[in-house]
Design a protein around this ligand. Structure first.
Ligand SMILES: [Fe+2]
Length: 388
């Protein structure tokens, strides 16, 4: 009996010694002019929330800050992957934030016992400045700058070299235009592949927008794509306006026919692209799209050259709609090679710029046009394009 009690006591001590930890993030997702979602992961299940404060120089602890939390059918969930949507924000406005997760120790019927709370700092310590802050999109902004990276396939040396182009003051956002990893067979693939590095480099303060590549459709965790990368539409295709540009992010799905043996009867991308095309038709008819100075489309697989089925079908579904929408430029990846495709060489009525796996696009969007530089891992500009 005594021995049993000793073992039980040791277990209690061991359990008490555990303190909940934030193991990934936080990082910004689905930032629009009025909303933002903050995502982070804890090592154990927790009840989570985000506190928001204006960027007014006040101490974060000056007053009680508004709290935001996830809820599903009115109930706050216990989770390890937390995605808290903050609503009711003002366009082009900076907000400071802190995240917190309270460990769930024990649940019996309706009763819950909580443990420690893990949180981000809301005051500076050492060199790193806290609390972190983000700025909502601003459709009225005169100009904007963004980076596009694609086909990184978890190669850290490429990611870190190309993200040297990021500057907090200049870069409004980063697009990851597909195939950031090769197969999503476990959660860590996403974090080890590109999310953790992004969090360190910029993603606590500047959002990245995911454009799903064909490789992100593969593996056990692929269907959890929106858990880690939520969007304003709850689909991997969405739009937003920032500065003079209206951005249309499309999901091309897989690259081979749905019946391909590699997919083991799990692919239904033809029907998916047709459904997406219906949504796209509504998008291009919206006033927000029509009235923008420029319309920029991002899709991982470009409808150019001798195509496999995926890009061919994506082109068949989307190009007839986009060709009537006065698109300024389409940005793609997938081929791992740079190419610039004029309307004379494709079925598109607009140019298609394909970025390679070892270069980034840096786009400056202004009132006089869009300038896009193709920049290699050493920081050299290899090509430049201008669009009116
Ligand atoms: Fe690809």
């Amino acid at each position: 009996m005594k021995r049993l009690l000793t073992v039980a006591l040791m277990l209690v001590v061991a359990y008490a010694a555990h303190a909940i930890k934030i193991i990934h993030g936080p990082y910004l997702q689905a930032v629009s002019d009025t909303e933002a979602t903050i995502v982070w992961v804890t090592d154990v299940k927790a009840l989570s929330w985000v506190e928001i404060a204006p960027d007014d120089g006040s101490n974060f602890y000056n007053v009680e800050r508004p709290k935001f939390f996830e809820s599903y059918l009115g109930k706050r969930p216990f989770k390890t992957v937390h995605a808290v949507r903050i609503t009711g924000l003002q366009p082009g406005t900076t907000y400071r934030y802190g995240v917190a997760s309270k460990e769930v120790l024990f649940q019996k019927h309706h009763r819950v016992h909580y443990g420690d709370v893990a949180s981000t700092r809301v005051y500076s310590k050492g060199k790193e400045k806290y609390p972190k802050a983000f700025t909502t999109l601003n459709p009225q902004k005169e100009k904007c700058e963004f980076l596009v990276l694609n086909d990184i396939h978890s190669k850290q040396e490429k990611l870190s070299a190309l993200l040297n182009l990021y500057t907090k003051d200049q870069t409004d956002m980063i697009f990851y235009n597909g195939d950031m990893v090769s197969i999503v067979h476990r959660e860590d693939v996403l974090f080890e592949g590109f999310v953790d590095y992004s969090v360190t480099a910029f993603a606590k303060e500047t959002p990245f927008y995911m454009v799903r590549g064909n490789h992100e459709t593969r593996g056990y965790f692929a269907e959890k794509f929106l858990t880690y990368f939520p969007t304003t539409t709850n689909k991997p295709y969405y739009t937003f306006k920032h500065g003079p540009a209206f951005f249309i992010v499309l999901d091309g799905g897989e690259d081979k026919p749905d019946s391909n043996l590699e997919y083991y009867e799990t692919a239904a991308y033809d029907a998916y692209r047709l459904e997406e095309a219906k949504w796209l038709k509504e998008v291009v008819e919206s006033e927000e799209c029509k009235n923008a100075k420029y319309r920029i489309v991002l899709i991982h697989m470009p409808p150019v050259g001798r195509m496999w089925h995926g890009p061919q079908h994506a082109g068949d579904c989307f190009l007839p709609i986009l060709n009537e929408a006065n698109i300024t430029v389409m940005l793609s990846g997938h081929t791992h090679r740079y190419s610039y495709n004029t309307p004379e060489t494709t079925k598109a009525k607009f140019p298609i710029l394909v970025n390679s796996h070892s270069t980034a696009l840096r786009a400056n969007v202004g009132q006089d046009g869009i300038n896009i530089d193709v920049i290699d891992m050493s920081g050299n500009t290899t090509h430049s394009h201008s669009f009116k």
